[in-house]
Design a protein around this ligand. Structure first.
Ligand code: NAP
Ligand code: GCO
Length: 264
């Protein structure tokens, strides 16, 4: 019998107040995991706690910026003391700054790299000792189409997500012998607050050009929803994927396989 159950497991999902993180945390909870999450703003932690309560999920929230190593260590120690050793880490917290490279300040580039790449490193480094002691662990990094492809204005984000793909492979390589599996999910274009600017209706009520572009580049001819990521997350968090390691599971409706629909 394939085991997709997460009963008795503790899952930390970073940045999981809404969007993709909330959907993944909900899925892990429905599979039996205890949920802990963190955000960098109190109002977002509060928003997340309200969302979990409405879902009937008893989640614990922390105010913690994933780029602050001392704060992450403190959060992980408190989780281990009050909830239990972390069995599953989902590095979901992330930001994007859409700025043409020649206009982007180095500090803006650094911030994206800090949150989207250094943050997952800091969080993984904090949970790995507990996973080694326990004899198992699951680390799931949230990569992106931009782990494979570039586009205008997202140089920092693509660099971070490309690096996150290689961090995934390196954690696999370095900790596989401790029965720790580190994989990634590569969402396609998902309808969340992060991509809302790309889907805004135009003044004349027509679709945003980028919205139409993504529809034409996706065989499924639709944007993804956070719910599309729930099953892949449970799979990678469960014993069903114990021999899957260093893999990026793209959940993109087929974008990476498709040259795109011929314009009419
Ligand atoms: P979102 O709606 O912008 O939510 C991001 C979450 O991360 C928020 O809860 C935010 O809360 C938190 N966060 C941001 N910076 C943080 C920090 N320094 N420390 C802790 N938490 C932080 O994003 P999303 O669309 O759900 O995306 C979630 C993840 O999926 C991101 O890594 C994103 O790059 C990736 N992704 C998204 C898509 C897409 O199409 N939406 C596709 C591929 C990959 P605070 O601001 O309060 O901290
Ligand atoms: C963008 C989008 C993408 C998505 C996602 C695609 O501006 O191109 O925000 O980066 O967020 O990462 O997989």
């Amino acid at each position: 019998m394939v085991n997709f159950s997460l009963e008795g497991k503790v899952a930390l999902v970073t940045g999981a107040a809404y969007g993709i993180g909330l959907a993944i945390a909900q899925a892990l909870s429905e599979a039996g995991a205890k949920i802990v999450f963190n955000c960098s703003r109190q109002e977002t932690v509060d928003r997340g706690l309200k969302a979990y309560k409405e879902l009937g999920i008893e989640a614990k929230g922390y105010l913690c910026d994933v780029t602050d190593e001392a704060a992450v260590k403190e959060m992980v120690a408190d989780i281990e003391a009050t909830v239990g050793t972390i069995d599953i880490l989902v590095n979901n917290a992330g930001i994007i700054k859409r700025i043409p490279m020649e206009e982007m300040e180095a500090e803006e580039f650094r911030r994206v790299i800090d949150v989207d790449l250094v943050g997952p490193f800091i969080c993984a480094k904090a949970v790995i000792p507990g996973m080694i002691k326990k004899g198992h662990g699951k680390i799931i990094n949230i990569c992106s189409m931009m782990s494979e492809l570039g586009r205008e204005t997202v140089s920092a984000y693509a660099s971070a997500k490309g690096g996150l793909k290689m961090l995934t492979r390196n954690i696999c390589s370095e900790y596989g012998e401790h029965n720790i599996q580190c994989n990634a999910i590569g969402p396609g274009y998902i309808a969340t607050e992060q991509t809302a600017p790309l889907r805004e209706r135009q003044a004349d009520g027509s679709r945003h050009p980028f919205d139409s572009f993504i529809i034409s580049k996706t065989p499924a001819a639709r944007w993804g929803n956070p719910e599309d990521l729930m099953g892949p997350a449970v799979f990678l968090a469960s014993d069903a994927s114990n021999f899957v390691n260093g893999h990026v599971l793209y959940v993109d409706g087929g974008i990476l396989a498709y040259i795109g629909k011929q314009p009419k």
